[in-house]
Write a protein that binds this ligand. Structure first.
Ligand code: AMP
Ligand code: TRP
Length: 333
């Protein structure tokens, strides 16, 4: 069965191992399957929900495209574009914001986390962010949306919005209700400094994450400094329950080697962290160094990156403008 894949990544810099293992690695696999039609969007409209420096934003948009390509997404087989260029996204988001309910948005935990204690100072965009995300997905009749665990709630909201639109306007199946594609074991990669916190672009300490642009020496240094505990590595998953840092590092190793957590535990049971960390740094360097080098190379080929975005824009715009036109008719414009 052909799957229509849609996903987005914010061009907010510091793309890291969490983005890679939780989302981009999966994009590459989906892109490699001939059956799938894939669309990967650089969601710059989402990025400006928190303040961005325009110069950096422009650079980060290109760096996100470079990361997609360097990770193995083939622009001949997938549509890669930036959201702001396809005006249907903003337009559909407005229409859908008149369908979605305040009560639904008030439940979104990401807004609560990102807005922090002083909600009054958060932008309206940060609050309505999940509606724009729903518009992104629904404009392309996406059947499957690969994301990390943190986006699960937004996808449930997207499904609710699609169903409500279809019901309100008696337009059965007009907006396709999408399925999330969340990697079971690796959907939430944690900080290297605190196994209970998500690895994140916005964390102040750079030692908390492996960036996709890190070189071998920084990888070795960050893994050396990664938080652990004093016990040797356990022989079963149950014993990892109260050891979030150990679990996270073992998960990273598993994902990079396409092993299950159980298989990795078998390899390292009874070993101490120094031995394991050495092996982990080795596989991280092996997998990430080619990506990091390719990103650097591509960032010097701006015309090439811009051409990918332009080609992607044309294809995406055809699909999205057609869908939004139909939305207009259904709504009564
Ligand atoms: P963002 O950079 O917030 O646009 O996220 C891009 C993709 O990476 C989304 O699918 C996120 O769910 C995923 N992601 C971000 N951080 C992590 C993490 N620490 N672990 C797993 N997936 C993540
Ligand atoms: N909100 C997502 C994130 O921060 C990015 C995103 C925007 C997205 N639009 C999307 C992901 C549509 C999947 C589908 O990670």
């Amino acid at each position: 069965m052909t799957k229509k894949i849609f996903s987005g990544v914010q061009p907010t810099g510091n793309l890291h191992l969490g983005n890679y293992l939780g989302a981009i690695k999966n994009f590459v696999e989906l892109n490699n399957d001939k059956e799938n039609e894939c669309i990967f969007c650089v969601v710059d409209l989402h990025a400006i929900t928190v303040k961005q420096d325009p110069k950096e934003l422009r650079n980060n948009i290109r760096e996100t495209v470079a990361t997609f390509i360097a990770s193995g997404i083939n622009p001949e087989k997938s549509i890669i574009f930036n959201q702001s260029k396809v005006s249907a996204h903003a337009e559909a988001a407005w229409i859908l914001s008149c369908v979605a309910k305040m009560g639904w948005l008030n439940r979104m935990t990401q807004f609560k986390e990102k807005a922090g204690k002083d909600k009054e100072k958060a932008s309206i965009g940060l609050y309505s962010y999940p509606i724009l995300m729903a518009a992104d997905i629904l404009l392309y009749d996406a059947s499957h949306v690969p994301v990390g665990e943190d986006q699960k709630q937004h996808l449930e909201l997207c499904r609710d919005i699609a169903q409500k639109f279809n019901n309100d306007f008696e337009a059965e199946n007009f907006l396709k209700v999408p399925e999330p594609l969340i990697q079971k074991e690796f959907s939430r990669i944690m900080s290297l400094k605190d196994g209970k916190k998500k690895m994140s672009k916005s964390e102040i300490s750079d030692l908390s994450r492996i960036n996709l642009t890190d070189d071998k020496d920084s990888i070795i240094n960050k893994i050396k400094k990664a938080k652990t505990d004093v016990s040797p590595l356990p022989s079963n998953i149950k014993d990892l329950e109260k050891r979030p840092e150990a679990k996270n590092l073992l998960r990273i190793f598993s994902s990079l080697n396409n092993l299950s957590l159980e298989e990795t535990i078998k390899i390292f049971e009874g070993k101490n962290f120094s031995e394991f960390k050495e092996k982990l740094s080795q596989v991280l360097s092996e997998k990430l160094e080619p990506i990091s080098k390719e990103i650097t190379k591509l960032m010097n080929e701006k015309d090439f990156l811009d051409k990918i975005l332009l080609d992607g824009y044309k294809k995406a715009n055809d699909i999205a403008s057609d869908k939004v036109k139909k939305m207009h008719e259904i709504v009564g414009f």
